[in-house]
Design a protein around this ligand. Structure first.
Ligand SMILES: *Cc1c(COP(=O)(O)O)cnc(C)c1O
Length: 342
């Protein structure tokens, strides 16, 4: 594949230069294993500075593990986790959260634009309260969502208020957390602990690392013995520094934010170009780094025949994802190819 001819996913992109250089620096000398190294300390401290609070930080290999282990630590096997029906934990993690928690059930809620509403959470929490049904304990929110929208601080506060009424903890799947921060132009604390998020899974992979997600516990009590959970699940990297040093590369000079801003700006450029084409409609509002556009099967096929890679997503729309590595000329070539077809 010509390297740039894709809008398939932000995880098709490679490693950003700053993370790559940090990896090389971590390779210059031997270091203690299992996260006892200076890079892991530095990355965790960097995240505490970034969020401007004391929090517990752990690094795991991928997002499924981060979400599954985080959710397992937030409740018991007889509890349930409320999430949107489009949530990655429901649709794309092969039952990982249920497996890691020994059976906690996901309860699927609804809401426009991929976002759970307080009403939906309220409904799922109150429709059954008897002993025969798993007790709701956690609300899981994806920020940015699977359909490229973002929860505003006010929306998060409203969900937190509902969660407080029912004793629910709040988990955030931040596979595209950086893109959400960039889109909302807020301090990272505003959409996490200040909005009552207990645990955040912050993706490095989709932001420009080879691999490695940070599990950030703002509610430190929930982090008790989490390293054992990671170890048992095969998620404790022995050469941890090769996950954490690249994180240092992202955190220094806010590279993570620049990467996210770039990806979002690329999606905005794509959106503007699409708006000029006749009969081309977006399925969801474009708010972060993904554009969901309704294109006929014929047009999608013709684009693929021209070499473009993208996913056909929920309900048949074309999902066009941008990343730190997306280039403006690539967007313009895509738009020109599409214009010739519509
Ligand atoms: C990519 C993604 C993840 C993590 O996926 P892995 O392939 O397990 O790393 C989690 N949640 C969302 C919303 C994602 O897009």
């Amino acid at each position: 594949m010509a390297e740039s001819e894709q809008f398939a996913s932000d995880n098709y992109s490679g490693v950003c230069p700053q993370a790559w250089q940090a990896m090389a620096r971590a390779n210059e000398a031997d270091e203690p294993a299992y996260g006892e190294d200076r890079w892991t300390q530095q990355a965790a401290d960097g995240l505490r500075r970034l969020f401007d609070t004391d929090c517990e930080v752990f690094f795991v290999f991928n997002g499924t593990a981060a979400n599954s282990l985080a959710l397992a630590s937030m409740g018991q096997s007889f509890h349930s986790v409320i999430c949107h029906e489009l949530a990655h934990i429901e649709t794309d993690e092969c039952g990982g959260p249920e497996y890691a928690s020994n059976g906690a059930k996901l309860l699927l809620g609804a809401g426009p634009n991929g976002k759970l509403t307080p009403e939906s959470i309220e409904h799922l929490t109150t429709k059954r309260t008897d002993i025969h049904y798993p007790k709701p304990k956690v609300v899981s929110l994806t920020q940015a969502t699977e359909v490229g929208t973002v929860y505003t601080p006010a929306e998060l506060q409203a969900i937190r208020a509902t969660a407080d009424r029912h004793g629910l903890r709040v988990h955030m799947d931040g596979a595209r957390f950086a893109n959400a921060v960039a889109a909302l132009d807020v301090h990272p604390s505003e959409i996490t602990w200040k909005a009552g998020v207990d645990v955040l899974c912050f993706s490095g992979t989709k932001n420009g690392l080879a691999l490695g997600e940070a599990v950030v516990f703002f509610n430190k009590a929930l982090a008790e013995d989490f390293e054992w959970r990671c170890k048992q699940a095969g998620q404790l990297a022995s050469k941890m520094r090769f996950i954490s040093a690249p994180w240092c590369g992202l955190l220094e000079n806010d590279v993570w934010l620049a990467n996210a801003r770039h990806a979002n700006a690329c999606a905005a450029r794509l959106e503007r170009g699409l708006a000029r084409l006749p009969g081309v409609q977006l399925r969801y509002p474009r708010q972060a780094n993904g554009v969901f556009v309704d294109l006929s099967d014929d047009v999608q096929l013709a684009l693929r025949e021209k070499g473009w890679h993208f996913y056909t997503f929920i309900g048949g729309s074309a999902r066009l994802m941008c990343s730190w590595a997306t280039r403006p000329d690539q967007i313009d070539r895509f738009l020109a190819d599409l214009e010739a077809l519509v």
